[in-house]
Design a protein around this ligand. Structure first.
Ligand SMILES: Cc1cc2nc3c(=O)[nH]c(=O)nc-3n(C[C@H](O)[C@H](O)[C@H](O)COP(=O)(O)O)c2cc1C
Length: 338
């Protein structure tokens, strides 16, 4: 019996299997952050394809939190009305629906926006110099995450994931390489985690207790002096009492050499799971069903996220079941292809 295909329940959310569609920006929203037919078709196809949990792409909590002007947003009620359609369509096809709440920080490329960060340090040559956030600005952004969580609940999402990875705003606070503040938000590890801690507390005010909260982290900056796995274990230990799972990625803060090979980030998910005693999601070049099964069966992570493989093949979950000697039901319309 495949564990990958065994349902998993986190809080009150039951997922039909342990495969998560990794959040992937489609850069296809309209300039006001609104979803459209592309998003409906794209996400519903993966729901029809049997994915257990769809984690919707990075969705900005305020307009300057977008990476580009084609990112999705959840900073107003009109957006909620459109997002609701995606949620109900995907849930109607059996997937649990998550939303990744994001703020791009210094990696915002929208020409008209105020680019902000913990410290005035560029993300790289091609990025704008960010403005250092004041403590009042920080409070406003924390509030925006709370309001976004409230709207996510109204839209019907099952899971919220806070995007604290890939060099975006929260990661910029966590890493000593991008956070040079001398106030209560910089310096010690406890201070650098404060912004994320405040966001989690704010989200928790509005996000129902029976619904899971995930946090995506980058477990390694791959640069001396930056985040490494030991530092990330310490960070997770500071937030784990209010979080249900850690989705473990790596990199993205600054350009760095990364040795990439199949499953290259699994070791980080495994370490966080065992050293912090919290559920984890493993992601990164996981494409073979046997590898996905091995990860969950050997308790290296609780779920497995697939990104590009699900872009190539939205029916990966249906097609891979046989390789794991498991029978899954196909949509009745497609049964003759089984
Ligand atoms: C087109 C594309 C868009 C992405 N957008 C996001 C995103 O919105 N949020 C995020 O956390 N990661 C994003 N990622 C990273 C993926 O979620 C995933 O972690 C990465 O692609 C590695 O997994 P894979 O090898 O299965 O594709 C994106 C990746 C791709 C290819």
């Amino acid at each position: 019996m495949s564990l990958l295909y065994t349902p998993i329940k986190i809080k009150d959310v039951l997922m039909r299997n342990r495969v998560m569609m990794s959040p992937m920006c489609m850069y296809s929203a309209s300039a006001d952050g609104m979803p459209n037919d592309w998003h409906l078709v794209h996400y519903a196809t993966r729901a029809v394809g049997g994915v257990g949990l769809i984690m919707q792409e990075a969705t900005a909590v305020e307009s300057r939190g977008r990476i580009t002007d084609r990112d999705l947003g959840i900073w107003n009620d009109e957006q909620v009305q459109e997002l609701k359609k995606i949620v109900s369509l995907c849930k109607g096809h059996g997937a649990a629906m998550g939303i990744q709440l994001a703020h791009a920080g210094r990696k915002c490329e929208v020409a008209t926006e105020d680019v902000v960060a913990p410290s005035p340090i560029k993300a790289g040559e091609n990025y704008k110099m960010p403005r250092e956030l004041s403590v009042d600005d920080i409070r406003c952004i924390v509030t925006s995450f709370g309001m976004a969580a409230k709207r996510a609940d109204e839209a019907g999402y099952d899971i919220v994931e806070i995007h604290a990875a890939h060099g975006y705003l929260i990661h910029e606070f966590l890493s000593p390489l991008s956070n040079k503040r001398t106030d209560q938000y910089g310096g010690s590890l406890e201070n650098r985690v404060r912004f994320l801690n405040e966001i989690i507390d704010e989200v928790r005010k509005y996000w129902p207790d029976n619904k899971p909260l995930f946090v995506r982290v980058s477990a390694d900056d791959y640069i001396p002096g930056g985040i490494n796995i030991d530092m990330m274990v310490d960070i997770v230990n500071q937030i784990k009492d209010r979080v249900d799972a850690i989705d473990v990625s790596s990199g993205g803060l600054l350009s760095a050499h990364i040795d990439v090979y199949p499953g290259y980030q699994i070791k980080y998910a495994q370490e966080i799971k065992s050293r912090c005693n919290i559920k984890t999601v493993a992601v990164g070049l996981i494409t073979a069903p046997e590898m996905a099964e091995e990860i969950v069966s050997n308790e290296r992570a609780d779920m497995v996220a697939l990104g590009r493989e699900l872009l190539r093949n939205p029916y990966w979950v249906l097609q891979s079941a046989g390789r794991l000697h498991t029978d899954v039901s196909w949509p009745v319309q497609y049964e003759r292809a089984k």
